[in-house]
Design a protein around this ligand. Structure first.
Ligand SMILES: [Mg+2]
Length: 193
């Protein structure tokens, strides 16, 4: 194991902790009765999986080139423009691409995404966010495909995580079925090749 690997693990743990703490403070500042919308990014707002089959000069250029699912984008914009909703993004992505993700969202949405984007190192860690929010906010909508492996042929679901998400009473979960209906013409949900 290189020195870099030894440093990397606690540093990533710190970044996870930091994002979760910012989220907790934000949630704590919301008035009772607020409505929270939590959006995933990959394969939810964007067509991510085809980009994993192409070689890019670096991760940043891959992220900045991602295509948007147009109906999902309209749905999201509708929530952002409604003052009754607080909109956050919760993504399982590398912290290395966090700033370019914020820049990308800000440009695509015409909305300041700073301090509204939270990253986790696994899909399972998203449950901590939902658990914390659901204890304080009465009405939460969670839009997330919670799927993986599509670029390898068959899309699989994070069933264990999905079951736990469905277990939160005040969380309305909108997963692949919802996204598929929303962007039914979208190639990213079709079988690969
Ligand atoms: Mg996703």
């Amino acid at each position: 194991m290189s020195i870099l690997d030894i440093i990397k693990t606690p540093y990533t743990a710190f970044l996870n902790w930091r994002d979760f703490n910012i989220f907790k403070k934000k949630i704590g500042s919301f008035a009772k009765g607020s409505r929270l919308v939590i959006f995933d990014i990959d394969n939810t707002i964007t067509c991510t999986w085809p980009s994993l089959l192409v070689t890019y000069p670096n991760e940043k250029s891959r992220v900045l080139s991602l295509a948007v699912n147009l109906n999902c984008l309209s749905y999201l914009k509708e929530k952002i423009s409604n003052e009754n909703y607080k909109v956050f993004f919760l993504s399982h992505r590398s912290f290395k691409i966090k700033q370019c993700t914020i820049d990308w969202l800000t440009s695509v949405l015409d909305f300041d995404a700073n301090e509204k984007v939270f990253f986790t190192s696994s899909p399972k860690m998203k449950l901590n966010y939902l658990e914390f929010a659901s204890a304080r906010i009465g009405n939460i909508e969670f839009i997330d495909d919670l799927s993986f492996n599509h670029e390898k042929g068959a899309r699989l679901l994070y069933d264990e995580v999905i079951n736990k998400v469905r277990g939160f009473n005040n969380v309305e979960y909108k997963g692949v079925d919802f996204l598929e209906k929303l962007d039914d013409e979208n190639y990213y949900f079709k079988s690969r090749i």
